[in-house]
Design a protein around this ligand. Structure first.
Ligand code: SRM
Ligand code: SF4
Length: 550
């Protein structure tokens, strides 16, 4: 197990509602003395966020400024609506996209929503294989949710103390050598947690957020080890099932990989196991201190053996010990490019979506491309990219010639930029200590102009120690902080290196601190040359010396 820790600077979270703690006298949870409850336990105990769905028409009448603060900044997140203090009155709307799969019709619905907001509207593919919309007004929320219901979409339970998007192999059902098709499992887990998308109060008052991932291929394309609960394919007595790991998380005070539960389950046991772990966590997880309430803290408090035996009691049956070895045998792939599927004659095409950002016209165009050349299906990856599957060979070239792919979302990007990941940053996120997405893009373009690399370099940016952009899994990870330059406080980054993904995954370490963003390019240039074999990019044509200027 790799574990890295740090104490977060007060500026990173101090002023945000997420970090506040107050003493109150009511307790929804038996394990917490009333006087130690934090503000969020009281907010949850007073009213379930799901109830706000009935109040949306009223909210539209009174407008966002008149909303109760706890509703606006906490409970609405249970419905997937995140008020952005950086853009007052505008909400981010986070969807649920089990396994990252959505039909083109859903992408069109999302495009129509952001289109209404003009320059304020766009969408982001997230590091949990998911999609978020920006610019949303509370006045439109009721109508948006009605459209979701008609289309079979949901954004429910995607924020605060709920289970986040359930991730699975982005090429599930497509790859010849896959071990388990994760599509049905991720969807079944999502349906269990959300009551088929309608909302499920059983799981809206967890002690803290919770991440679940199900790996089905050999390359651990979901970063299983960074999740609170994850399933890794493994054989036992000739049957394929999953080894289970628990407790992974990135939190400002602690970055830690999941540890083995010493349990192996068949695919049909995944949903009951998820349910049992969630109930155990809901009923016994630590709630007094929000900085110490993720699942790993319960595992710490009990020890893994007790956690396992309590889980057996919750499940009502004993667990089989883990298989000795798992089947993660490959390095992680980015899925960008053209790849044959197990279905003869069909290919999937992975497109680089720079920093995951999409605008309405591009979303419409992607939906059209998926319909015209593929089967109308779209898949998202945790690298914030997009895959269009089921493209027959006969239509492949025409698809690759599409202007959107030629000009914006290439299937054959440069090695330097093809693995760029970035969290939201200060454009929309109140936690952010720096601007990330646009800076990450500008930086990679500048480096790409100077250098070439022979393999993709995994470069991740995250705007604060919350680590939504996962710098700990990157070859080179930038974590936003504040630094000093010429006596002034400036935007800066800590640099993380050595993250390994796929086979033998482990977290990287922080290797440099407080590099002012303005001074970062030469630092990255040197790292790329010295540690990743980058070479100067040859520009122009080679001119033999005898023909050079007279
Ligand atoms: Fe995150 C909070 C964005 C993946 C750890 N995260 C936030 C908030 C909601 C903070 C806020 O209120 O502004 C961010 C919303 C910004 C915005 O407007 O977009 C935010 N997190 C994101 C996304 C969009 C980053 C991205 O650009 O892709 C990702 C959404 C995933 C999704 O679809 O649900 C996102 N966040 C992650 C991940 C990565 C992952 O899951 O693999 C992590 C680290 C893994 C983990 O959770 O263990 C992560 N986010 C956090 C934390 C720290 C949690 C902790 O235990 O301390 C916070 C703060 C909190 O919860 O208090 C946070
Ligand atoms: Fe916001 Fe990025 Fe910090 Fe996450 S890591 S809270 S998206 S700035």
């Amino acid at each position: 197990m790799t574990e890295t820790s740090e104490v977060q600077t007060a500026s990173a979270v101090g002023s945000h509602i997420e970090a506040e703690a107050v003493n109150i006298n009511t307790s929804p949870s038996e394990n917490v003395p009333a006087k130690t409850l934090n503000k969020f336990e009281r907010i949850k105990a007073e009213k379930d966020g799901l109830v706000l769905k009935q109040e949306l028409d009223y909210f539209a009448e009174i407008g966002w400024e008149a909303l109760d603060e706890a509703d606006r900044d906490f409970r609405l997140r249970v419905l997937g609506l995140f008020h952005r203090s950086v853009t007052p009155g505008r909400f981010m709307l986070r969807m649920r996209t089990a396994n990252g799969i959505l039909p083109s019709s859903h992408l069109r619905v999302l495009a129509e929503i952001v289109q209404r907001y003009g320059d304020d509207g766009n969408a982001d593919i997230t590091t949990r294989q998911n999609i978020q919309l920006r610019g949303v007004r509370i006045e439109d929320a009721a109508d948006i949710f009605r459209r979701f219901e008609q289309a079979g979409m949901t954004s429910v339970q995607t924020g605060v103390d709920n289970v986040r998007n359930v991730t699975g192999s982005p090429v599930a059902g497509l790859e010849a050598d896959e071990l388990i098709d994760t599509r049905g499992l991720t969807r079944a887990v999502q349906d269990m947690i959300t009551n088929m998308g309608a909302g499920n109060p059983t799981f809206t008052n967890l002690p803290r957020k919770f991440n679940i991932a199900i790996a089905g291929c050999r390359d651990n394309s979901v970063h299983a080890e960074t999740n609170d609960l994850a399933f890794i394919p493994a054989y036992k007595e000739g049957a394929i099932g999953f080894n289970v790991i628990v407790g992974g998380m990135f939190s400002p005070k602690r970055y830690v990989e999941a540890i083995p539960l010493d349990a192996w389950v068949l695919p049909e046991a995944v949903v009951p196991l998820c349910e049992a772990v969630l109930l155990l966590y809901r009923n016994h997880g630590l709630r007094a201190n929000r900085q110490k309430s993720r699942l790993m803290y319960l595992v710490d408090a009990w020890g893994i053996e007790k956690f396992r035996s309590e889980l057996e009691t919750q499940l009502g049956q004993s667990l089989q010990p883990a298989a000795e070895t798992d089947e993660i045998t490959l390095d992680k792939r980015d899925h960008i490019g053209v790849y044959p599927q197990k279905q003869p004659g069909l290919h999937y095409v992975g497109l680089l979506i720079p920093i995951g950002r999409l605008y309405a016209h591009e979303m419409f165009d992607l939906a059209r491309i998926a319909d015209t050349y593929g089967s109308g299906e779209i898949r998202l990856t945790v690298e914030q990219n997009l895959i269009i599957p089921n493209v027959p060979i006969s239509r492949l070239q025409a698809m690759l010639n599409e202007p959107l792919l030629q000009e914006r979302f290439p299937a054959n990007p440069d090695n330097m930029s093809r693995w760029l990941v970035s969290c939201t940053g200060n454009q929309f996120c109140g936690f952010a200590l720096i601007e990330t997405k646009n800076r990450a893009l500008a930086m990679i373009k500048a480096l790409e102009a100077e250098l070439t690399v022979s393999r993709p370099i995994r470069i991740h940016w995250t705007g604060c120690p919350n680590s939504c952009g996962q710098p700990q899994v990157a070859d080179i990870g930038m974590m936003g902080t504040k630094g000093r330059k010429n006596g002034q406080v400036v935007e800066a980054v800590d640099i993380w290196m050595g993250g390994k993904v796929g086979k033998e995954a482990h977290l990287g370490q922080r290797v440099m601190q407080g590099i002012p963003c303005d001074d970062l390019k030469p630092v990255l240039h040197t790292l790329l040359v010295e540690q990743f074999g980058a070479e100067p990019r040859q520009t122009g044509y080679f001119v033999p010396p005898e023909l050079a200027s007279p």
